[in-house]
Design a binder for this molecule. Structure first.
Ligand SMILES: C[S@@+](CC[C@H](N)C(=O)[O-])C[C@H]1O[C@@H](n2cnc3c(N)ncnc32)[C@H](O)[C@@H]1O
Length: 204
């Protein structure tokens, strides 16, 4: 058997999941403190088909280079290797990250247990397909999302808290929020692809 020509099972898997990836969707973690939470968010990003993860890291605790980040044992372990298959970029400040996103025409939305934005929405009542390019921000474990990120975002998304505690854990929130957003955007992408296919059929 010609092993050289045989695609690795990882490559086969990567090709199979490609149509389900949500293009132009980025998850941003702002100043996270706990490496386990960073790993969990990256794992969620990968598992739910989010295109990229950005990390605002003002303390400089992560390597600058993506390749170096992939080789960090602490991140590789906590993300169960999702870091190897996920594009991750770090920024020195919230401002630098927002400038970068805005220069590429991304809209930002923030998440918070509190209604902090000019416009606020409960997660399942929002429409996340209206932003062609979307960055979803998650705040730090202790202080939450910064005022700057809130000011420069379109919307503040809230998961209602119905117990005695103030907020959810960062990793848990990213799973719940990104599930809803990727579900909506995937359905939209599917519809758009289907319409295009039909269009081509009519032309032919
Ligand atoms: C542990 S919480 C931060 C709590 C912080 N005391 C605050 O006021 O936001 C970490 C991050 O998880 C997200 N988060 C936690 N609970 C949330 C909720 N109920 N709705 C939306 N986002 C939430 C937000 O991004 C938040 O910045």
């Amino acid at each position: 058997m010609d092993v050289g020509n045989k695609k690795s099972s990882m490559r086969v898997r990567a090709d199979r999941i490609k149509p389900y990836q949500c293009k132009q969707l980025i998850a941003v973690i702002e100043d996270p403190h706990d490496i386990k939470n960073i790993g969990t968010v990256i794992r969620n990003v990968n598992a739910l088909g989010v295109e990229k993860a950005y990390i605002v890291d003002p303390k400089g605790s992560l390597p600058e280079d993506w390749q170096d980040m992939r080789e960090r044992k602490s991140l590789s372990g906590t993300s169960v290797s999702a870091i190897k298959w996920t594009f991750v970029k770090r920024f020195d400040s919230t401002e630098q990250c927002l400038d970068h996103l805005e220069s590429k025409n991304f809209s930002s939305i923030v998440t918070s247990p509190h209604m902090k934005g000019r416009r606020n929405v409960v997660l399942h009542e929002g429409d996340y397909t209206i932003f062609p390019k979307l960055a979803v921000w998650f705040g730090s474990e202790s202080r939450g999302i910064t005022d700057l990120a809130v000011r420069r975002s379109e919307l503040c998304v809230n998961i209602p808290m119905l117990g005695m505690i103030e907020s959810l854990n960062l990793g848990t929130t990213s799973g719940i929020v990104l599930y809803e957003i990727t579900k909506q955007r995937r359905a939209y992408q599917r519809m758009y692809r289907y319409k295009n296919m039909r269009g081509r059929k009519f032309i032919a």
